[in-house]
Ligand binder design. Structure first.
Ligand code: HEM
Length: 400
């Protein structure tokens, strides 16, 4: 098949998917056969009863959003509709797992997320959930092990890299709403993955399809989290190794780090970079040093926003909209990455080339790679079927 400039090509669920401006191809990887679809056929397909209810629900709920997003969603609906009729690549997770047992599950998650995002104290929920999702799926797969809070010092959330995680209460609130309708049916791991996706959609981020059917871990992995979640002081070789151990390529690693285009970062992680006179940070010039100083001091608090464009307009009390885009990569090319580990993407020829590629177009290459990598991360699943459990309360294992 020819690759066209206006098309996105990627592999998903044992299919090669190509989404273009006016048409889409879905090609089963193991078959030479492929199905071309024109835009009108996509419309026809979207009326098929096989379309998963959650896709319809999400479509309905975002109908007030911009045309571009609706077109993108239409394409994704097509993909999800077709994938639904096939078996998922993974043995036990699939689109619409709760179809029979809790048909409104995904609608409830979306509606709760909408309500939560309207509350000023949860304006940063998309970033908090994205980071929580990453820290959960990276260690032992997406199994909600990071949510456990048994009061035991062995909890995974006690690991150094997890101490500053936020957003736990959001998952608990959604779980409570689900428990009222379908007790002990929807796993906390599925809630975290779907809520992250929905929080991103609702704040203008990209839509991507999510499989369900994950089960919750009965244990958490303190030591593994302490050792294997990358540190902000890690060099590129270590970062690439940790991601490669989970099956991510260098390109996917660069795309995933684009998560740093939203949210906040504590000055505690940035200030050591400017205050280390014995071992000065090689990436920081005098002007940036001064900028960091001002950003951390001016706000009279201990955080700084990831997106520099937000800095001038936002205060801690004003509404804040996450802004997905390539500004994170642009900062790297100007040697203004906030973390040392971010700047390390420029220290490797391969990763630096991907950064340059992401800043060279309208952001669509990054967006495509980012959602493909997020789907891949959400499919790092170890517990399905009768393994693990479905918790009643996301912080507590069942039999305690
Ligand atoms: C080398 C890998 C990574 C390192 C060293 C790293 C480190 C960090 C650190 C130190 C913070 C600041 C936490 C705080 O101030 O409380 C942070 C924030 C964040 N990280 Fe990462 N991270 C990495 C990869 C990722 C990935 C892959 C994602 C998502 C796909 C991600 C998403 C986020 C988000 C959204 C925030 C902002 C959280 C908030 O506003 O509360 N990070 N990261």
């Amino acid at each position: 098949m020819q690759t066209r400039k206006d098309c996105w090509n990627f592999e998903y669920s044992a299919h090669s998917i190509c989404i273009c401006t006016n048409f889409a191809y879905i090609i089963p990887l193991k078959s030479a056969h492929f199905l071309p679809h024109t835009t009108s056929e996509i419309h026809t397909l979207s009326k098929l009863p096989k379309i998963p209810s959650k896709i319809c629900a999400v479509k309905e709920m975002i109908s007030k959003m911009g045309c571009q997003l609706k077109v993108a969603l239409l394409f994704w609906s097509l993909i999800a509709a077709i994938i639904t009729t096939q078996r998922a690549a993974s043995a036990s997770i699939r689109i619409d797992f709760y179809d029979q047992t809790c048909p409104r599950a995904e609608k409830i998650i979306f509606t709760e997320m909408q309500k939560i995002l309207q509350r000023p104290e949860f304006k940063n929920a998309p970033a908090q959930l994205l980071r929580l999702f990453f820290h959960d799926c990276f260690i032992g797969g997406c199994d909600a092990s990071v949510l456990l809070n048994t009061g035991n010092l062995q909890d995974e959330k006690q690991a150094g890299p997890n101490l500053s995680l936020k957003g736990f209460e959001i998952i608990n609130m959604i779980k409570e709403a689900l428990e009222r309708e379908c007790p002990v049916i929807v796993s906390c791991s599925d809630i975290l993955v779907i809520a992250t996706r929905d929080a991103m959609i609702l704040s203008g981020g990209p839509f991507y399809p999510v499989y369900t059917g994950r089960r919750d871990s009965k244990v958490s992995f303190l030591q593994k989290a302490s050792l294997e979640i990358p540190s902000p002081m890690d060099h590129i070789d270590k970062i690439l190794m940790l991601f490669a151990q989970r099956g991510f390529t260098a390109r996917e690693t660069v795309a995933l780090l684009g998560g740093h285009s939203i949210g906040f970062i504590s000055c505690a992680f940035i200030q050591p970079r400017i205050n280390n006179d014995t071992n000065p940070d090689p990436y920081i010039g005098d002007d940036f040093k001064e900028e960091i100083r001002q950003r951390c001091e001016k706000r009279n608090s201990n955080f700084s926003m990831m997106d520099p464009q937000q800095l001038s307009s936002a205060s801690s009390s004003s509404p804040f909209t996450s802004h997905f885009g390539t500004h994170y990569y642009e900062s790297l090319t100007r040697r203004r990455g906030l973390l040392f580990s971010d700047m390390e993407l420029m220290a490797n020829e391969q990763t630096a080339a991907v950064v340059e590629e992401y800043v060279s177009d309208d952001g669509s290459t990054f967006q495509r790679d980012f959602i493909t990598a997020l789907v891949k991360m959400s499919n790092l699943v170890t517990l399905t079927g009768s393994q693990g459990e479905v918790r009643l309360n996301c912080s507590v294992p069942l039999n305690t």
